[in-house]
Ligand binder design. Structure first.
Ligand code: FES
Ligand code: MG
Length: 579
């Protein structure tokens, strides 16, 4: 039991709905009784909202209808009242044009659901890529105590004696199929074996990256992000979340006490050490800005240069998947390995310090979780580039690309739309060499629209047949965290708003110099000025609805793609509802 000063029942937020002897509160109480609760069940106890991003089209959260029972069990044991509430299930697999279009919708929904209802604390149930930042961003702004419950990775994929990793192996074997090396029957086997349990992608993709970041920031029970969805430990973690959130309410352990600059910095270092998804950049910046912390691309680059990659998990690592990472000790063990680099005084949702939480953590397999002295890659997993192609930055994952592209010069082959590029890369007579730099534009936050994961541009068939499996690619898109290759992403400003990528022409020489963090087109200034003057603004993508609102307010990649009016400094914080 924590020694923190405790709230009294009349100080509960929900008491404002239920305690007064007036007509409005009479209405609230009578409707709770309509729900079947007697007064002793909802008076003077923390009401815990469980925001559940389950849907029958979210394959990663298919265990949530069961898991929510564990959370409720824990809440009841600790003397709270659990109330499950649905939240937008932003799923990665089916959501078009891209789930990223809806992250901010989930963030808004989370914030407003919490603010509008008699909730004293919240358990956030998410995991599939955008659900983590969406839920966390909204809950940070809402400001009530919360715990994040990560869905957990799925089991390792398996087919015909091969271990399969989400995303990564789909891309890899697809290229083999395009090269004519895989039969229809084998392909069906891969299809059935690559995702064989509930849970999120089990490579270190965006899901595992974002849950690790949330864990390292202190917002999950320590180590929760590593527990596979199918492990009974995941059920126990669910019940633990339920028990702990009730005490967090009494202790008034609100998010701003946990999310400090040091906690964000810990999260960024841990992300780099795990070989994180490039999407981490966008989401971590957005989450930090909600907490009033102005994290920048340059801050991340600096952390990237000094943090070695020590999680040997695909796609940045060579051999292992999240299930192996869990057996090797999980995130607590990884944080223990890099303890000297972290601010261990930061507190977590437990009320204890990170240092206390990892004190007894152990690495059980030091090939999976490497010591700092034997990293998978000497620097962190991300590098941030600047230059005349990306004055506001671009991102690359050096560990996931063939080192021969780290310094590269070659002619651009530029496409304005995804369908145009897709058609071209399947043309076996396409004029392309291994030095060609494949470029896709109009794929950013506004151009995509919604910032789709198109950035791992397919290698042209002509090169695949010659045995090539990597080439330098550039876009203003994102890419899936399970992707790999020499892909420069998030070029900002994007071409759709007139960023310099819009000026590039096929045949122009592009130069990447990763050690010096630069990306340039070798085109004379005067020529670029002429091209700029001739540039026409494209037609807007949306004339109504959510897409219209999105395009009016989304910020560029280097700012996290939040809506300008949801950012902390935009206006006065919303007060409590006037009830
Ligand atoms: Fe849900 Fe990858 S599709 S985490
Ligand atoms: Mg993904």
């Amino acid at each position: 039991m924590s020694q923190a000063p405790r709230k009294t029942p009349d100080q509960l937020r929900s008491a404002r709905w239920f305690a007064p002897d007036d007509l409005r509160s009479f209405g609230h109480r009578s409707r709770m009784m309509q729900l079947g609760y007697s007064e002793e069940e909802f008076r003077d106890r923390p009401i815990i909202g469980i925001l559940n991003t389950w849907s029958e089209l979210n394959s990663c959260h298919s265990h949530f209808p069961e898991r929510v029972k564990d959370v409720k069990r824990g809440v009841l044991q600790a003397g709270g009242l659990p109330v499950e509430m649905p939240a937008l299930s932003v799923d990665e697999s089916f959501n078009k044009p891209t789930s990223m279009l809806y992250r901010n919708m989930l963030a808004m929904e989370t914030e407003e659901q919490i603010r509008a209802h008699p909730l004293d604390g919240v358990v956030l149930m998410g995991g599939c890529d955008k659900t983590t930042p969406g839920l966390v961003m909204g809950a940070i702004t809402a400001g009530v105590p919360f715990i994040y419950l990560p869905a957990g990775p799925m089991l390792r994929g398996h087919y015909a004696g091969k271990i399969l990793g989400s995303g990564s192996d789909a891309w890899k074997y697809w290229d083999e199929r395009r090269a004519g090396n895989i039969s229809d029957a084998e392909w069906l086997g891969f299809q059935g074996g690559i995702a064989r349990s509930a849970g999120t992608c089990m490579t270190m993709g965006t899901a595992s990256t974002m849950t690790a970041i949330t864990d390292a920031m202190g917002l999950t029970l320590p180590g929760a992000s590593s527990i596979p969805a199918a492990d009974s430990g995941h059920q126990r973690m669910g019940a633990d979340c339920g028990r702990r959130i009730v005490d967090m309410v009494w202790e008034d352990l609100t998010p701003e006490k946990i999310i400090t600059e040091a906690a964000v910095s810990n999260a960024a270092k841990v992300a780099m050490a795990t070989g994180c998804s490039t999407n981490a950049v966008v989401h971590l910046i957005a989450m930090a800005r909600r907490a009033g912390i102005g994290l920048t691309l340059d801050d991340l680059d600096a952390l990237g240069r000094t943090t070695p990659l020590i999680a040997n998990v695909r796609p940045s690592g060579k051999d292992y998947l999240m299930e192996d990472f869990f057996y090797a000790g999980g995130l607590r063990a990884l944080m223990k390995q890099m303890e000297g680099m972290l601010d261990t005084a930061c507190i977590t949702v437990t009320g204890r310090s990170l240092g206390e939480e990892i004190a007894d953590a152990q690495v059980f397999n030091d090939d999976v979780i490497r010591p700092l002295s034997n990293p998978v890659y000497h620097e962190g997993s991300l590098a941030l580039l600047r230059g005349n192609l990306c004055p506001d930055g671009a991102v690359i994952k050096p560990a996931a690309c063939d080192p021969k592209f780290h310094v590269h010069e070659g002619p651009a082959l530029v496409f304005d739309s995804y369908p145009e590029m897709k058609k071209a890369v399947d043309d076996e007579d396409l004029e392309v060499t291994p030095d060609t730099v494949l470029v896709l534009r109009n794929a950013g936050p506004l151009g995509g629209p919604g910032f789709p994961e198109w950035g791992m541009l397919p290698i042209p068939k002509a090169l695949i047949k010659q045995g090539h499996r990597d080439m330098l690619r550039i876009s203003d898109a994102r890419m899936s965290g399970t992707s790999y290759g020499a892909c420069v992403l998030h070029v900002a400003p994007e071409s759709f708003v007139g960023g310099p990528l819009a000026l590039l022409k096929t045949g122009d020489i592009v130069r990447l110099d990763l050690p010096n963090r630069s990306l340039d087109m070798l085109v004379p200034e005067a020529e670029l000025a002429e091209r700029k003057a001739a540039l026409k603004a494209p037609e807007p993508r949306y004339e109504r609805g959510w897409g219209y609102m999105f395009s009016k307010h989304v910020t560029q990649a280097d700012k996290g793609c939040d809506f300008d009016y949801l950012e902390r400094d935009f206006g006065a914080a919303a007060g409590e509802p006037d009830i």
